[in-house]
Every structure is written in C-alpha cells, then in structure tokens.
Design a protein around this ligand. Structure first.
Ligand code: GLN
Length: 280
C-alpha cells in the first residue's frame, strides 16, 4: 500500500464511522506517524508504506474511528501558535479559548510585570500562552487536579516558560494572594447536557466540563471570591458558553462592583468572554 492509498482508505473509514473531520484527522495521523509534512505526503504519495508503519497507522486509525479525539491519540494540540502536550488528564484546548487569551493580552497592555492567575488551568494553555506573548507577566497556573498540573508542568518545560503551579479548589490554590488579571475557562456545561455531547467529548475529563445544574456553578464561586484576589484596577476574564454571557456578567457586576465590564465575541460572533475590571 502506498501513502495515497492509505490516506484514501483512512478518510473513507473515518467518515463512515462518523468522524466530523475525516480528511484532517487522516492527514494528521499520517504526518505524525510517517514524520512527514503535508506537502511531503502529497509529493511522495506513491511511496510505499512499510509493514511496521502500516501497523502503527492502522492502530491509530482504529482508535480515531472508535471516537477518541485525534489530539489524545497524537498527544498534542496546537493553541495560539504553540504546541501543547495533551492527554486524557486535561481538556483539549479549543480555538474558542484563543478569544479569551487575546482579550486578556490586550488587558495586560501597559501593565508592568503584572501578576496573572490562570484558574482551572488544565493543560496550562491560557496562562502559558499569555506568558509566551507577554514574557513580563508573572503567571500562576492553578487547578484542583494534580494530574492536570502534571500536564501543565510538562508544557511549561517543553515550551521553556516560567510559571508557578498551585493545586487546590479554585482560589484555595492561591491562599490570600492577589493578582492583576484572573483568566479562567471553568467547566460550564450544564450537567444534563453532558451525556448528549458528541462522542469525542466523552473522552475528556468530566470534571473539566461539568458546570453543575445550570452550568454556572463555577462562575458563581469565581464572582463571589475574585474580589479578594484582585489588586486595585485588576480584571477578571472568563470564557463562557454560548448564551451564558448575560448571566455571568450579572454575577460579576453584582459581586465585584466593577468600574467597567463587558462581553467579547468569538470568531463565530458568539459572546465568548465576560470580563470585569475593578476601579484603580
Ligand atoms: N484552561 C484549560 C483550557 O482552557 C482547561 C479548562 C478546563 O479544564 N475547564 O483548555
């Protein structure tokens, strides 16, 4: 079998088994396993695949066809132009979350050595991206899961970035510390909706997705407690699920009495980030 034939076979198998991005997933598996770029695969598409390579390609293909996300199979995800290690201990970074990072980055503009907290850090994709783009900031990655922090640590080392790792339930992870910016993508799926999520999402840690009865449990706690952890003029930037921005903004306005606040839309036009900034 040559490369073109394998790609064809993989694409067909994946689309028949209900994978939404069969073309891309087949290509990623081939690129990774054969150690070739997409251009290389196309240029040498008539090159024969060795029996060992075929075994490996088919083993990965079977996992993907069974529903496992390609990012867990290849143990990597691209986010903000950086490559993150991911496995089932953490949520797979989503493109939606880049909106949060970009808006937080703008909020950091002009601050000198700002202290940044990434709450529910998971893979560390938010805090580490901020550190990479604004090296001046001092980043703390906090998560309740030690397993998740192990992954964040792998990423911190692999990306040669500096951050502090803290384990604990939301703000308990950071004691009485205060920050200039708190960024978080907390679990926000309403509990009832979890079972109906696409099969790929079922492979991700439920604790990273489950936002309680109405999906807002974590926002309530963050809004109530954030005030004690913000320096004057400090800001909170929260990723929210579709339709949650008005409720989350209400919570932030009620508990933080912010000088300014608002919602920011993602590339699909959905309000994706709720933010609030306290008075200087
Ligand atoms: N901060 C991580 C992310 O955005 C993990 C979020 C989570 O576990 N809810 O991908």
């Amino acid at each position: 079998m040559n490369i073109a034939e394998w790609l064809n076979h993989a694409r067909t198998l994946l689309s028949e088994s209900g994978c939404p991005d069969s073309e891309i997933d087949a290509r990623w598996i081939a690129e990774d396993t054969l150690g070739m770029s997409w251009a290389g695969l196309r240029f040498e598409s008539d090159q024969a695949v060795s029996p060992e390579q075929l075994n490996r390609l088919d083993a990965l293909l079977r996992r993907r066809a069974a529903g496992e996300p390609v990012q867990y199979i290849l143990e990597r995800a691209d986010f903000m132009g950086l490559r993150f290690h991911v496995d089932k201990r953490v949520l797979i970074p989503r493109q939606d979350t880049e909106t949060l990072v970009e808006s937080a980055l703008i909020a950091l503009g002009g601050l000198r050595s700002p202290k940044v907290l990434d709450l529910c850090a998971g893979s560390g994709c938010i805090g580490l991206s901020l550190k990479s783009l604004a090296p001046d900031c001092e980043v703390t990655l906090a998560d309740v899961s030690r397993d998740a922090l192990d992954v964040a640590h792998i990423n911190m080392k692999a990306l040669s970035l500096d951050a502090r790792l803290r384990c604990g339930d939301l703000f308990q992870a950071v004691g009485r510390e205060k920050f200039d910016l708190i960024a978080s993508n907390p679990p926000y799926i309403p509990r009832e909706a979890l079972a109906g999520l696409q099969r790929e999402v079922q492979y991700e840690p439920m604790a990273a997705l489950n936002g309680g009865a109405d999906g807002l449990d974590f926002y309530r706690r963050i809004a109530r407690e954030a005030g004690d952890h913000l320096n004057p003029g400090g800001a909170v930037y929260l990723e929210v699920g579709a339709g949650q921005a008005p409720d989350v903004l209400d919570l932030l306005r009620t508990h933080l009495d912010p000088a300014d606040s608002g919602a920011i839309r993602d590339l699909n036009g959905i309000e994706r980030v709720a933010w609030a900034k306290t008075a200087p």
